[in-house]
Write a protein that binds this ligand. Structure first.
Ligand code: HEC
Length: 137
């Protein structure tokens, strides 16, 4: 939606769409989060966010995704298990994603909080940076 609007605006003369100009961060963030999800999460949680029964849980409607942002960040960054995450009996281990940048982590977590029918507030890079600064438990 945002992208098609941006493309439409770029067809107008004098709209300032020179190829050397980056779009504003706010316009770029949602797409980046979707890209990070497609690259690093969709293999397990699937493109539709619903996971695979018995192997990878759904991120759609997940209490961890919709719950406190700091707990969600610590889970995906360090694998620190939040109270919202039910006991798991599968065999797949979710990798930790501390190696993703603050922006990419915030983007992908905002993406999962606002896609697949989820509707929770965005995660901002400063919150990710603050948790990174405290470090792994
Ligand atoms: C190799 C497969 C794999 C990948 C890749 C993966 N996950 Fe997971 N994820 C899992 C598994 C397995 C669990 C359940 C682990 C557990 O409960 O111990 C899980 C659980 C979760 C949960 C909690 C879901 C719930 O039940 O409430 C969230 C949120 C989550 N993952 C987000 C992500 C995000 C975001 C990414 C990408 C940055 C990602 N995962 C990448 C396998 C994966």
């Amino acid at each position: 939606m945002r992208r098609s609007l941006a493309l439409t605006l770029c067809l107008l003369p004098l709209a300032g769409c020179g190829s050397d100009q980056d779009p504003p961060a706010a316009a770029r963030a949602p797409d980046r989060g979707a890209q990070v999800y497609a690259m690093h999460c969709a293999t397990c949680h699937q493109r539709d966010g619903r996971g695979l029964a018995g192997a990878q849980p759904s991120v759609a409607g997940s209490p961890t995704v919709l719950g406190p942002a700091d707990e969600l960040i610590r889970w995906v960054m360090f694998g620190e298990r939040p109270p919202t995450l039910a006991a798991y009996r599968g065999v797949v281990v979710m990798p930790a994603f501390a190696w993703l940048s603050d922006e990419d982590l915030a983007g992908v977590l905002t993406h999962v909080r606002q896609s697949f029918g989820n509707d929770a507030p965005p995660v901002d890079p400063a919150s990710v940076a603050a948790i990174r600064a405290v470090g792994k438990p």
